[in-house]
Write a protein that binds this ligand. Structure first.
Ligand SMILES: [Fe+2]
Length: 257
């Protein structure tokens, strides 16, 4: 088995990911070249701009898997969603309109708005957990409020959430600051998985393989293996245990000079 990518926008024409089948097939080939063998395809859902109903994503994923087979691209895909935190999640669950990383509905990819951590986040997360769902907070390192105050993430880990860090963040594609905070999260054991969050953007390569290789080089093969084992657990609905530490507090400037 190759790498497992739990967050990517490979399905054609559903969101701001791939615009058409040709691009999707190219992205899928990039994924395979990057070492990925299994991917959960996760169009945006309920994010204010895109609504991708469960049944539509399932249909699109079935059609895309057939197209992959025709094109001889050895990538196995599963239908998922990147679900935006909102008060519409609970009604969507009641309407059976949510897809998870696993078939049993245990792990949900949950996206905060990019600018802030809303004050209702904890209440929605609590309601999800009451239903036996563990939220996996996607790319917390790209959220402005968390970027300014990275110790905020620990509150969510403390409450039982998991985290998906984006490979490109770790590799510095979004700048030094995001790379630094991502590295701090990894160092403190606050990352659960790495994923590509691949879109069809010209300035973003498929970087999951490179991200996993950097993990092995910087933190050791055990850590890289753990990230992949966690990804496998999330696709299979198995238990994941985090061993995280709080981030070290920044030293305060004492004003001596
Ligand atoms: Fe995404």
């Amino acid at each position: 088995m190759g790498l497992i990518d739990l967050h990517c926008h490979l399905l054609p024409g559903l969101d701001d990911g791939s615009p058409d089948l040709e691009t999707s097939l190219k992205l899928a080939q990039d994924a395979v070249n990057d070492g990925v063998s299994h991917a959960v395809v996760t169009p945006h859902h309920l994010n204010g701009r895109y609504v991708n109903h469960k049944q539509d994503v399932l249909k699109a994923a079935t059609a895309f898997q057939a197209a992959l087979k025709d094109a001889n691209i050895p990538l196995t895909i599963f239908a998922g969603q990147e679900v935006r935190l909102s008060d519409r999640i609970i009604p969507a669950l009641d309407a059976d309109d949510i897809l998870f990383t696993d078939a049993d509905g245990k792990y949900m990819l949950l996206e905060f708005p990019s600018s802030e951590v809303p004050n209702y986040a904890k209440s929605v997360i609590f309601q999800l957990q009451q239903r036996g769902i563990t939220p996996v907070i996607v790319h917390p390192e790209r959220n402005k409020q968390i970027l300014n105050k990275p110790e905020l993430l620990a509150d969510f880990l403390q409450n039982g959430c998991l985290t998906q860090l984006t490979a490109s963040s770790y590799l510095g594609t979004f700048g030094k600051e995001i790379e630094k905070v991502t590295t701090q999260f990894i160092q403190a054991g606050q990352g659960t998985i790495l994923a590509s969050d691949a879109h069809a953007l010209s300035h973003r390569e498929y970087e999951l393989g490179e991200g996993i290789a950097k993990l092995a080089k910087q933190f050791g093969q055990d850590v890289a293996d753990q990230y992949q084992a966690n990804a496998k657990a999330l696709i299979n609905g198995d238990l994941v245990t985090m061993h995280w530490r709080p981030l070290k507090k920044k030293k305060k400037f004492l004003g001596l000079f």
